[in-house]
Structure formats: structure tokens, C-alpha cells
Ligand binder design. Structure first.
Ligand code: SAH
Length: 395
């Protein structure tokens, strides 16, 4: 077995259960290791710390999978992890109003780099490194032996130089005709598991969508920025918003948003769906003196358009100031980010900064992080990436 010796100063962290193997913590490792190799992690005195696999992904070099020396990483190991993950989601499988959720959340369920979602009878497996992908047949078999399904699809999220290259993501079962319609808290969303990198909905925002529908939308003029397929707009419209405006730069967002409204029998012609750079839209709205009662801000962590690059870690206060400028007094802003590089405290600091710099008073109403199906590992806080704050602009 390959051995990765960890620096003394980090050994403790891994003994305590930190699962991600990163370059800066390695003292020595073999020169040529293959993706998917099982590795033993040891301290400076070569004492056993844990076992894991080598697989390069954006975050690190691989993941620790067990701290028990006798445990072997084999078919039985994967089967046991997948079975316990499915068991933990029992309440989701039994919930009649929702049939799309995460069943396996990487290191939160004991295997970093592996994510499995359930969409109305079908599974989507996401592989975050070539290393974890080498275990594909064992993992697919484990899923197959543990649960019933219509079909299994997959996405490779590695080594494609930022490009999505697969043209067929089908793995096993009976090919589905897409879009399929999934249910979420009684709402309906069109999903396509075989159409590029994204499927049409981000499951981690489920609680926020339900809250918008139930609490914040009624009779409101709603602006949904970075709207993608308009999932938040659908929730607002079903919550009896006066009107929704969805803004996204991607041309495909418009037909996709029409599809989501139509799946819920909402007349999309009564809603605004605008293909535009959000920053241009803010300018446009100010010029036209448009004000909204509810503004949803959920940008990607990084975005590059023709005009600018944007990073939430740097630019969130600026973005928030733009949002404040077109929000009515007593209006609500739902500010969200999935950037794992900072925590809730810093995020709230960004929001506070934006209000201070615009001399605006605000009240903090509530916050959200990942829903329960996105199980996280207590030793890996950066895995708990989602931060959503609901604030009210006072004056
Ligand atoms: N809030 C959405 C998910 C957003 S994904 C939801 O919950 O469903 C990020 C989206 O931002 C993508 O659809 C992308 O096209 C869009 N985007 C990135 N940069 C943008 C910009 N400058 N202006 C408008 N949209 C942008």
C-alpha cells in the first residue's frame, strides 16, 4: 500500500478526523501515484493515522476514508457507506411532497469526492476526481444492490479543463425521457440529468424556496438575480407574488425559466424573464426608478463575463449595495452565497458593510445553511458552504 507521511504539525488534525488530504500537509509521498490508489496516512514516526484514496480535485489530493487500520476499502466498504446514507434519508423517501434530494454528500457521508442525488426515481452520481471514478463499478453495484431505481446517470466533475465534455451521462437502468418533473414541497421543477453540467435545479436551496413561497412572496414585486432556471421565481409566483422578474446572462435561462413556470401552470407571459448582465440590469432599474419588495441575490462564487470578473469573496458588498439601491423601504433582500472560502460571520459582515456604506438601516430576519440531506462532516466545516441571510431594508 502507498504511504503518505503527514507533517507533524498537521498529524493531530487528521487524527481528529479532518478528512481532506492537502498538498501543504504532506511531508513525503511516492513520486508516481495513480489516481484511485489506496493510501495509508502516517505521522512523522510512521504511525498509522488513517486510510484513504489518492484523487486530485480542486480542493486537494484525496480523502481519508477510515481511521481503522483493519478496515479494507473494498466493495463491502462502499456498500455499507451507501446503505447507511440511504437509511439516513428515510424521512425524505417517505415525504410525498418532495422527491428530489441528496442521498450521499461526499465527506459528510464518509466518502469525499462522491455525491449522489435522487430525482423522482433516478439517481445522479457525481465524481469529483479520476481517483474516486476508478471505484465506479463497486459504487454503482453498491447502489444497485441497495435500492430500486429507474435509471442511474453520472457527471464527471474533474479533469476537463473547466469544460463539460461528456455527451452521454447514462449509466444503468432504463433511459429516461427528459425533462422529468420532480416535486419539491408541492412545487414542480423540470430536471434533465443528461444535458451538460447542471440539471436545472440546485437542491441545496430547497428550504429557501419553500420559505419564499410561504413567507415572503405574497403580493410582492420580486426580483430574482442570477436566476438560472428561475427556481426562486417559481416559488415566489406560487406564493402569489404580484410579479416576478428573473435576470440571468445565459441565453438558455429564458427557455428554461419558461419551462419551470409552465411545469407549475403559471402563465410565463405575466412574468418578466430577462437575459442580461445583472450589473447592467441594476443600472437599468435605477435609471427607470424601478423598486422591488423582494430581491433574491444568489450569484456564482466566481463569474467571468465580457465586461468583468466577479468573485463573491471580494465583490459581495458591492453587489449587495446594488441590490439595496433598488429595494423598497421595508423590502426584503435574500442574500445567498455558496463560496466555501468564508463563513457565515464574514458573510454577514459583507452585508453589514453594504448597508453601512449606503447609510441604510436594516434588520436581520433569519438565516439558512445546508438542508439536512446535505449531511456535513463536523471535522470539515468548509463542507458546510451554503450561507443565506434574509434582511429587511428599514430606511
Ligand atoms: N440562483 C439560482 C442559481 C444561480 S447559478 C438558483 O437558485 O437556481 C448562477 C447563474 O448566474 C448562472 O445561471 C449564470 O448564467 C448566471 N450569471 C453569472 N454571471 C452573471 C452576470 N454577470 N449577470 C447575470 N447572470 C449571471
Amino acid at each position: 500500500m502507498w504511504e503518505i507521511q503527514l507533517k507533524d504539525s498537521f498529524a493531530k488534525r487528521y487524527s481528529n478526523g479532518y478528512p481532506l488530504i492537502t498538498k501543504d500537509t504532506v511531508q513525503s509521498m511516492p513520486d508516481r501515484m495513480e489516481e484511485g490508489s489506496i493510501v495509508q496516512l502516517t505521522d512523522a514516526k510512521k504511525r498509522f493515522i488513517g486510510k484513504g484514496y489518492y484523487g486530485i480535485q480542486n480542493k486537494g489530493l484525496g480523502w481519508m476514508l477510515t481511521q481503522q487500520q483493519e478496515e479494507t476499502i473494498d466493495a463491502a466498504f462502499f456498500k455499507q457507506k451507501i446503505k447507511s446514507a440511504l437509511d439516513r434519508r428515510k424521512s425524505f423517501f417517505q415525504d410525498n411532497s418532495t422527491d428530489a434530494f441528496r442521498v450521499f454528500n461526499g465527506e459528510g457521508d464518509g466518502i469525499g469526492g462522491l455525491v449522489i442525488d435522487y430525482f423522482a426515481g433516478s439517481y445522479l452520481i457525481q465524481w469529483y476526481s479520476q481517483g474516486i471514478f476508478t471505484f465506479k463499478s463497486m459504487i454503482v453495484q453498491a447502489l444497485d444492490a441497495t435500492t430500486d431505481y429507474q435509471a442511474i446517470y453520472e457527471k464527471k466533475r474533474f479533469d476537463t479543463k473547466g469544460q463539460y465534455v461528456e455527451d452521454d451521462d447514462f449509466v444503468k437502468g432504463k433511459r429516461q425521457t427528459f425533462p422529468i418533473i420532480i416535486k419539491e414541497s408541492g412545487m414542480r421543477y423540470a430536471v434533465d440529468l443528461n444535458d451538460g453540467a447542471m440539471v436545472g435545479i440546485f437542491l441545496d436551496q430547497r428550504d429557501v424556496r419553500r420559505t419564499i413561497r410561504e413567507k415572503y412572496a405574497k403580493n410582492k414585486h420580486v426580483l430574482n438575480t442570477f436566476s438560472y432556471t428561475g427556481a426562486f421565481s417559481v416559488a415566489a409566483a406560487l406564493g402569489n407574488a404580484a410579479k416576478t422578474t428573473s435576470v440571468d446572462l445565459a441565453k438558455r435561462s429564458k427557455p428554461k425559466t419558461i419551462e419551470q413556470f409552465s411545469a407549475n401552470d403559471i402563465d410565463f407571459e405575466k412574468q418578466d424573464i430577462i437575459v442580461m448582465d445583472v450589473f447592467d440590469y441594476f443600472k437599468y432599474a435605477r435609471r427607470k426608478k424601478l423598486l422591488f419588495d423582494l430581491v433574491v441575490l444568489d450569484p456564482p462564487s466566481f463569474a467571468r463575463s465580457k465586461k468583468r470578473t466577479f468573485s463573491t469573496a471580494k465583490d459581495y458588498p458591492m453587489l449587495m449595495k446594488e441590490a439595496i439601491s433598488i429595494t423598497e423601504k421595508q423590502g426584503i433582500i435574500i442574500a445567498s452565497t455558496n463560496n466555501a472560502s468564508f463563513g457565515m460571520k464574514k458573510f454577514k459582515g459583507f452585508i453589514d458593510k453594504a448597508f453601512r456604506e449606503t447609510n441604510t438601516r436594516y434588520t436581520f430576519l433569519e438565516q439558512f445553511s445546508l438542508p439536512n440531506d446535505f449531511r456535513t462532516n463536523p471535522h470539515f466545516p468548509e463542507g458546510n458552504y451554503l450561507k443565506v441571510a434574509v434582511v429587511k431594508k428599514e430606511s
